[in-house]
Ligand binder design. Structure first.
Ligand SMILES: [Fe+2]
Length: 241
């Protein structure tokens, strides 16, 4: 069983909620779909301390979202020799874009990254202080994802394919850019597809079946999906503080 967790945005109480759910359901691993915020925007925050002090040893994997400190994540990979998975805190693993990791017997393909919405922000985006151009995947990262797509059991991305945007209640205007367009193109070009696709960014806690693929938006700040071979159910609660 795997817990797929929605956007955490650096909130410690949301991370604690997710671990409580994971422990109560005896999951093999937690997979978080980006906008985790462990080093965002400051490299120092309480999430790293949480992993280094927690007694529950459930592995926690995440892809990056747009709201991440990409400078820290990139330097962690460079320091380790560019592995697909790097441990950035105790039992907390960042997965590179386009990498596949086997978790609980499933091959899971990851693609972090998304374009930030610049329309109505109270806080201005400041270059490499709270916004990074690396939020958008490179051509090599896109290519690697596309090559592995058809042979994956499960896909995990931060954004969603463009054909899924019409289902989003709040963020229909978001992401009309290269990332969802690329994801949509990848789906249309492939004859083989994963059975499940988990994503974040849009902050909804919903499920849709489109062309025999189950798409799950993983919610926000404590919300998640509990996935096993025969079912996938909503769990967690949204914590606003
Ligand atoms: Fe996001």
């Amino acid at each position: 069983m795997i817990l797929f967790a929605g956007d955490i945005h650096g909130k410690l109480n949301a991370l604690e909620q997710i671990f409580k759910d994971a422990e109560a359901n005896n999951v093999e691993a937690i997979v978080q779909v980006g906008d985790f915020g462990i080093f965002w925007p400051s490299p120092v925050n309480k999430l790293e301390d949480f992993f280094n002090s927690i007694k529950i040893k459930i592995p926690f994997y995440f892809c990056d979202g747009n709201h991440e400190n990409h400078s820290v994540l990139d330097s962690e990979h460079q320091r380790a020799g560019m592995p697909d998975v790097v441990e950035v805190a105790n039992n907390c693993y960042h997965v590179r874009r386009g990498a596949t990791v086997t978790i609980d017997g499933k091959s899971i393909l990851f693609l972090g990254g998304a374009q930030s919405y610049l329309g109505k922000k109270d806080t201005p985006f400041i270059y490499e202080e709270n916004w990074w151009p690396r939020e958008i995947p490179s051509k090599d990262e896109f290519d690697r994802f596309k090559k592995a797509y058809g042979s994956s059991d499960i896909v995990v991305t931060h954004d969603c394919p463009s054909f899924m945007l019409k289902h989003q209640k709040y963020h229909k205007l978001w992401s009309k850019n290269g990332v969802p367009q690329f994801l949509s193109h990848t789906v249309s070009e492939s004859s083989d597809h994963p059975k499940q696709w988990f994503f974040g960014h849009h902050h909804e806690h919903e499920h849709w079946n489109v062309d025999a693929v189950d798409y799950y938006c993983c919610g926000k700040q404590g919300e998640s999906w509990l996935f096993s071979a025969d079912k996938c159910v909503k769990t967690g609660i949204r914590l606003l503080k």
